[in-house]
Write a protein that binds this ligand. Structure first.
Ligand SMILES: Cc1ncc(COP(=O)(O)O)c(C=O)c1O
Length: 459
């Protein structure tokens, strides 16, 4: 291989946006050894790349792709943002209406960076081997203590299985505990991705309507008393955000005990409850260990981290452990280590407390902006918590067309109707508000779709 080929490879990678401005390139010596060419060959290629401005050499600190490089053609917008400076965290994402994203502008980045550095530096050799399948032990301990204190559970660290989130939880639970034709119940309307996954995984899937008190237990008892699994969002029903009433919680638990069925509790945003005291998890009332509790850090930290967990009932731990070794490989250790530290040093609690107050304010701002921008077009059945609102349409067109219009203008809302399976659909938009920083900002964002929305809905 000659210098021209090395030069051409780098240029191509940079132009395709695969090597980003600010990235460090290997030293001449190590690349020469890797490619088994003379050092001089690599040196010549690097000299040309530096001469043309693709590389900059910082002497003993190494050689980098020029951080100032601005490519006009193939570099995507994402790359352009992250190339601003290799060491600057890009935290701004103005006015994102996506569902269930934490307030990214308020994330404690500095603290997180500090802990990340410490965690990376302290990786011990044994932590570089295969990670434990059920999770990094200090993280399991921190999660169980958090759940016991904040969500009213009474679990032990050995009951915690750390996973990559909701869908991983469902797949694992069904793989370990379900027989192929077991009857599985899901709320209607219910979490879009949950429904899609279950349609593929559960051949005997049925739906239970939801009313203002949550999943309709009478319906369950009348038509599906023989079910093996019921998947519920008791704290804030997804997407309607109503809470499962206390009598229904007790009925559901008694049903599971009598039938030896399992309740899968999806407590995805239970931390965020505003006007009354935080509602304890359904699992906290579960005297007979029939609830498999599932949670996620997607709403409290960030979805990109992909860390969730479940609490295995005592009698199932051995089965999860045995099959887990076959089905899973454990999550990457470093993020688990960072998270464990973030929890055990108390930052997590402080952060949630702060977000609870902030989200309450941001929800008010969003509602105000919708009411002013679209007077009389939407109505709300406000509940006490959650991270999104449902703007029910008073009249007008199918919500899919409306959501498509908003999406075209980068307002990524969801059409409510797409979360229904069998029950009579209601129409509206599911809107995240956690990244709205002021009423003015919200109004400005809505301005993008105001005219066309009014046009569509007033037909
Ligand atoms: C109802 C519901 N459950 C669970 C989750 C969490 O999903 P994950 O842990 O995969 O990020 C979400 C996220 O949007 C959700 O809306």
């Amino acid at each position: 291989m000659g210098y021209k080929e090395i030069y051409a490879r780098y240029r191509q990678q940079i132009q395709d946006g695969l090597l980003k401005p600010g990235a460090r390139v290997p030293s001449i010596r190590s690349l020469a050894s890797e490619l088994q060419v003379a050092r001089k060959t690599v040196e010549t290629a690097y000299e040309i790349l530096t001469g043309e401005g693709y590389f900059v050499s910082l002497g003993a600190k190494g050689t980098y792709i020029n951080p100032e490089l601005r490519l006009t053609s193939t570099v995507s917008a994402d790359n352009a943002v992250s190339s601003r400076s290799p060491h600057t965290l890009v935290t701004e994402r103005k006015g994102d209406l996506r569902l269930g994203i934490p307030a990214l502008d308020e994330f404690p980045h500095k603290k997180w960076l500090l802990i990340s550095g410490k965690a990376a530096r302290s990786l011990r050799p044994e932590e570089m081997l295969m990670p434990p399948v059920m999770g990094f032990q200090p993280l399991r301990e921190a999660i169980s203590s958090y759940l016991n204190i904040s969500r009213g559970l009474n679990c032990r660290p050995q009951q915690i299985f750390v996973t990559s989130g909701y869908r991983a939880n469902l797949r694992l639970i069904l793989s370990v505990l379900a027989q192929p034709d077991d009857k599985v119940l899901f709320e209607d309307p219910g979490y879009f991705y949950g429904q899609q996954l279950l349609k593929r995984m559960a051949s005997n899937l049925h739906y239970i309507p939801v009313d203002r008190q949550g999943m309709d237990f009478d319906y369950l008892q009348r038509y599906h008393n023989d079910a093996r699994f019921a998947i519920v969002t008791p704290t804030h029903q997804s997407p309607l955000a109503v809470s499962l009433s206390l009598p229904r919680k007790h009925q559901l638990l008694a049903w599971a005990q009598q039938n030896s069925s399992w309740i899968i509790e999806d407590d995805y945003d239970g931390e965020f409850h505003y006007t009354r005291k935080v509602i304890p998890a359904l699992k906290s009332l579960d005297m007979h260990d029939r609830v498999i509790y599932t949670g996620t850090f997607s709403k409290t930290i960030m979805p990109a981290m992909r860390i969730g967990y479940m609490v295995m009932p005592q009698e199932t731990v051995a089965r999860f452990s045995e099959l887990g070794e076959i089905l899973e490989t454990g999550l990457p250790l470093l993020p688990q280590k960072i998270l464990a530290q973030f929890l055990s040093e108390g930052h997590f609690y402080r952060h949630i407390k702060k977000m609870r107050l902030l989200y309450q304010q941001r929800r008010r701002m969003m509602l105000e902006a919708i009411e002013t921008s679209f007077p009389g077009l939407f109505e709300f059945e406000l509940t006490d918590g959650g991270m999104h609102i449902v703007a029910f349409q008073r009249r007008g067109i199918e919500d899919t067309a409306l959501a498509a219009l908003w999406t075209q203008h980068e307002l990524y809302v969801r059409p409510l109707s797409s979360w229904y399976a069998q029950t009579q659909k209601r129409y509206g938009l599911v809107i995240g508000y956690t990244n709205i920083r002021s009423t003015e900002e919200a109004k400005k964002i809505l301005e993008r779709v105001k005219g066309k929305t009014l046009e569509l809905m007033q037909h």
